[in-house]
Design a protein around this ligand. Structure first.
Ligand SMILES: [Zn+2]
Length: 284
């Protein structure tokens, strides 16, 4: 499964403005609270620590994350209290139960958004949290602000039975991955994919197909995985974003994935690019 996907929670968005219902959930002993600090989740026994409802009752603005099976309400709080170990999320995301990683991803992105958007982007006044953490409202001009998600296209160029991987300058020696870039205003996903493939590797995309997507909570992107059939094998690294590009056969890609390729290291299983390469290399 792709990390951060398949959250077990029903977001129950219709409850976010129901103050009485939210208060009752914070008085309900079955309610679960998860805690974060500076983007790091509180972890116990290799899972998200589950705190009692009263830890959220006193929190400044608990986020309502949704309902799990049996209508158990999940909240997230940010806290300075000494409750245990707050772990770097990127480091522990693969060791947490997948459901916990998905729940923490939503909480992390929301907290980061609040941290970075304390002021109204319309009039500049301090805004306040609303809708149980899913909005900010400006008391001065009344503008409502919603958590942002930044779409990113991640694509695997394909030609003649081979796929293209690229290497960014900053990466460790040998590490290669799919190509990627932010979707710009006014672009479709397909257009963004075609532009990035051309910019980064000089290739013309002829057909773009969807693979899957992944919430990426660093801080709040949506990774859109794609296959991009291209018109030729004449790939050239742009020299600014990419240092090197390289075509791999399925056999070579499988060797990269199982760690036996002599020169190329696969991307981490944390990101969707690894899963994109796997889907192509292990497919037929
Ligand atoms: Zn305002």
């Amino acid at each position: 499964m792709i990390p951060f996907t398949n959250s077990p929670l029903d977001r129950a968005a219709e409850k976010r403005k129901d103050e009485a219902w939210l208060r009752a959930r914070l008085d309900d002993p079955s309610t679960v609270v998860i805690a974060m600090r500076d983007g790091k989740p509180l972890v116990r026994d290799a899972a998200l620590a589950r705190l009692a409802a009263d830890s959220a009752r006193n929190a400044e603005s608990p986020l309502f994350l949704g309902l799990s099976e049996g209508d158990v309400a999940f909240f997230a709080i940010e806290t300075d209290a000494e409750l245990g170990t707050f772990e770097d999320f990127r480091s522990v995301a693969l060791t947490l139960p997948p459901h916990d990683a998905a729940i923490a991803a939503a909480a992390r992105s929301l907290f980061e958004w609040h941290r970075r958007h304390g002021f109204c982007s319309v009039c500049g006044q301090a805004s306040r949290i609303a809708a149980a953490g899913w909005q900010r409202v400006c008391p001065a001009c009344g503008a409502e602000h919603f958590p942002r998600v930044d779409p990113v296209v991640i694509m695997l160029p394909l030609f003649g039975g081979r796929c293209l991987l690229g290497r960014q300058f900053a990466w460790p020696k040998g590490r290669m991955s799919a190509l990627a870039g932010f979707v710009e205003p006014g672009e479709t996903i397909e257009e963004a994919c075609a532009r990035e493939v051309k910019e980064e590797a000089g290739l013309i995309a002829t057909r773009v197909t969807y693979f899957g997507s992944q919430p990426w909570p660093f801080p709040s992107s949506l990774m859109i995985g794609l296959f991009a059939e291209v018109a030729s094998a004449d790939a050239v690294a742009d020299g600014t974003e990419l240092e090197e590009v390289r075509w791999l056969t399925r056999e070579e890609a499988r060797a990269v994935l199982d760690g036996t390729h002599a020169e190329v290291l696969a991307p981490s299983t944390l990101g969707i690019s690894r899963h994109l390469i796997e889907a192509w290399a292990l497919g037929s």
